[in-house]
Design a protein around this ligand. Sequence first.
Ligand SMILES: *[C@@H]1O[C@H](CO)[C@@H](O)[C@H](O)[C@H]1NC(C)=O
Ligand SMILES: *[C@@H]1O[C@H](CO)[C@@H](O)[C@H](O)[C@H]1NC(C)=O
Ligand SMILES: *[C@@H]1O[C@H](CO)[C@@H](O)[C@H](O)[C@H]1NC(C)=O
Ligand SMILES: *[C@@H]1O[C@H](CO)[C@@H](O)[C@H](O)[C@H]1NC(C)=O
Length: 498
Amino acid sequence: MSEKSMLSSRFLFYIITISVFLLIVSSLFLLEFSNTSTISTKVLKLILVNNTSVYLKPSAKNEQAEVSSQPYVASQIEHKVRLEGQGEGFSFTDDGGNFISQKQQRTGACDPDQVSLKVFMYDLPPDFHFGLLGWKGYAGETWPNVKNPARIPTYPGGLNLQHSIEYWLTLDLLSSEIPDIHRPCTAIRVNNSSLAEIIFVPFFSSLSYNRHSKIHGKSKISVNSILQSKLVRYLTGQDEWKRMGGKNHIIVAHHPNSMLDARKKLGSAMFVLADFGRYPAGIANLEKDIIAPYKHVVRTIRGDASAPFSKRPILAYFQGAVYRKDGGAIRQELYYLLKDEKGVHFAFGSVQGNGIHKAGQGMASSKFCLNIAGDTPSSNRLFDAIVNHCVPVIISDEIELPFEDVLDYSEFCLFVRAADAVKKGFLINLLRGIKEDKWTKMWERLKEVARHFEFQYPSQPGDAVDMIWQAVSRKISSGRIKLHRENRYRRSRLFKGN
Ligand SMILES: *[C@@H]1O[C@H](CO)[C@@H](O)[C@H](O)[C@H]1NC(C)=O
Ligand SMILES: *[C@@H]1O[C@H](CO)[C@@H](O)[C@H](O)[C@H]1NC(C)=O
Ligand SMILES: *[C@@H]1O[C@H](CO)[C@@H](O)[C@H](O)[C@H]1NC(C)=O
Ligand SMILES: *[C@@H]1O[C@H](CO)[C@@H](O)[C@H](O)[C@H]1NC(C)=O
């Protein structure tokens, strides 16, 4: 053998050794993330079951179809993820509000330069979040592993769920760190607060209110109050808070009574709320805060299973509690006006258990669903109606609606002023006067927008979680405009001396 050919065969040997080494490393990497991805499992099986030499022989037929040679493994996985994503409904069309950008169709981990919102999340002790769900991590563990959706601690069901926004947003931030989870690239968690646009406070305030407001035994103060005062002390002590007096923080307080003790002290932060009904205007307002939908409690109707005009025998549907104080007195007035009208289902009593299922059926068989102000301007009923494609009739003058800067609710809801609704015959004549073609237009629009009100894990493009992050991002931009406008003359003053 000549020296030259010996050299080249040696060279070849090294190349092969290095390639095999790289292959093993990359397969271990794949193993790490294989739980939730069918693609990487497939590739893994190929690697593990067959001996690795397969990859160095591009002539083998099977591999050419599946994975032609090692250097292409990564790019092919990416390609397949994209294809599967489209199959699962990742491919969507912009439905009029052009607020869904293409960059959200992700093909792997999010590119930090592409996301609109980098979020820093405090590592608060579990007592403030998943601990309230009964989750116990190992010593020193702050967050549950969210890689396997089946093993995530569940939020209590029933009516608790309607305010579970805190849970879905926190889960979404945690999942943004797991490359295998396909979710929109609107927001990601970052571990350096200086790089974040906003700082998220992971306190499950609604659950804390719902489950821990009672005072037990000898203690004079509830767990809910203790957590809030601890939170105030913690936040106001952070450099992140001091940097902008809390304005760069986001706090979820969806239940109208959550954060009752702390809301004034933390009022400079951006709140995620159901409405402003129980807040003074200085503490909560549309300029700085976000209105989030309730999580609906009835089952969603698929678009193709949704009954059209002629298959909805009930003209107007209402089921809810009676309120005699605040804005809620109108429910009783409407009850007397409507209870004997033909085609109207108007019943009192809050829904629980099987009642929720029945209410869902009732809405799915109704053309119009009444949303009448109760003890608060908003309620989950609106979102129950939307996912049942029952055209909402909103009789609540103070209601705030989620994402109203990008959604025109008049396309799929009717608005009736309370003062008009209580006029004899006004409401029933209005509803009877809406003919099939006009109703059907609203119904078609409802079927398009319903997905913006779905909370789910993992989050999907344009769902409620994604819409909330987008709204936060817009709110930050408008805050910046305000700041920059204020700076116009403030800066000039610095040069006055010249
Ligand atoms: C291993 O490779 C052979 C062909 O080389 C193929 O027929 C077989 O399906 C492969 N096994 C797996 C698990 O992919
Ligand atoms: C690995 O591949 C070689 C050559 O292709 C073959 O002779 C051997 O039987 C294979 N081993 C296993 C375990 O499949
Ligand atoms: C922060 O995140 C970066 C990448 O996003 C990572 O390289 C770094 O190790 C992380 N630091 C800590 C302290 O977790
Ligand atoms: C966080 O980011 C800032 C700005 O880029 C940098 O100066 C700082 O060193 C970073 N901190 C850590 C802990 O990485």
